[in-house]
Design a protein around this ligand. Structure first.
Ligand code: NAP
Length: 241
């Protein structure tokens, strides 16, 4: 059975991806910092739960040391902090976002390319965002890191050309997960993000990831952009009052 690694597997898109890749027949290893939540997701579906902090090289090394193969790497760990305009930007928020969304993705990819390359083919799926190619007021820190993650993904596609590793970028719009709670710090503000509109679910994104990794091996799905029907751009959202 092919092994799929999913980072950020303790909630949202990552948790749904663990479940769907298991259903598709993968042997799944989920990583995240909150081991209790991770186990709740992984154990019922027979996936392995291994603690992982993608911002910490020692944690990445310890995680990867427990793998003897990897056919699919889903770089999903990350998220946003705050909604401050650039003139009030908090250094720590920007640094933390860069550490998880960009350096974390790089660390996991660098560590797993040797195993991915032994597969026929290996596959890296980066969960980026429409924030990777759009901007919006208050989103300077998050859009900057997702633009960077997208640049790394497209660079990888070129650098790995000729080697047996596929590279896919999945760019969702609004998905209702713990994302807005983490970003805004309380449920009331988080719920307002989805008020009057129907967002995507983690399962919608997991479905796209699972589809991409189960294409014939000659096919590379380069980019999937998916938004709710109620969302045309990062700032244009149809809300029913
Ligand atoms: P979520 O429910 O908050 O999940 C984020 C996951 O990332 C959690 O499992 C969290 O687990 C993990 N994580 C965060 N920092 C980590 C670290 N340093 N090391 C390891 N794991 C870490 O949010 P989500 O919506 O599913 O987000 C998943 C990805 O989709 C993110 O990259 C996000 O930027 C992207 N995305 C989300 C949306 C959206 O609207 N929700 C849209 C586009 C893209 P622990 O806290 O347990 O470590």
């Amino acid at each position: 059975m092919s092994i799929a690694v999913v980072t950020g597997a303790s909630s949202g898109i990552g948790a749904a991806t663990v479940r769907q890749l298991r259903s598709a027949g993968f042997d799944v290893v989920g990583g995240a910092r909150r081991l209790d939540k991770l186990r709740e997701i992984c154990e019922p579906v027979g996936a392995r739960a291994l603690q992982l902090d993608v911002t910490d090289q020692e944690s990445v090394d310890a995680f990867v040391a427990q793998l003897d193969a990897c056919a699919v790497l889903v770089n999903n760990a990350g998220g946003a902090l705050g909604f401050d305009p650039v003139e009030q930007a908090k250094d720590d928020d920007w640094r933390t976002m860069y550490e998880s969304n960009v350096l974390g993705l790089m660390r996991m990819t660098r560590a797993l390319i040797p195993l991915l390359e032994k597969e026929d083919p290996g596959h890296i799926v980066n969960v980026v965002s429409i924030a990777g190619f759009e901007t919006y007021p208050g989103g300077g820190g998050y859009t900057a890191v997702k633009h960077a993650a997208l640049a790394v993904t497209r660079t990888l596609r070129m650098e790995l050309l000729g080697r047996p590793i596929r590279v896919t970028e999945v760019d969702p719009g609004l998905v209702e997960t713990e994302f807005s709670l983490v970003r805004l710090g309380n449920a009331e503000r988080a719920n307002k993000v989805y008020e009057g509109m129907t967002p995507l679910t983690g399962d919608d994104v997991a479905d796209a990831i699972t589809w991409a990794v189960t294409r014939p091996k000659r096919v590379d799905i380069d980019q999937i952009v998916m938004r709710p029907l109620d969302q045309a751009t990062a700032t244009m959202v149809h809300r029913r009052t």
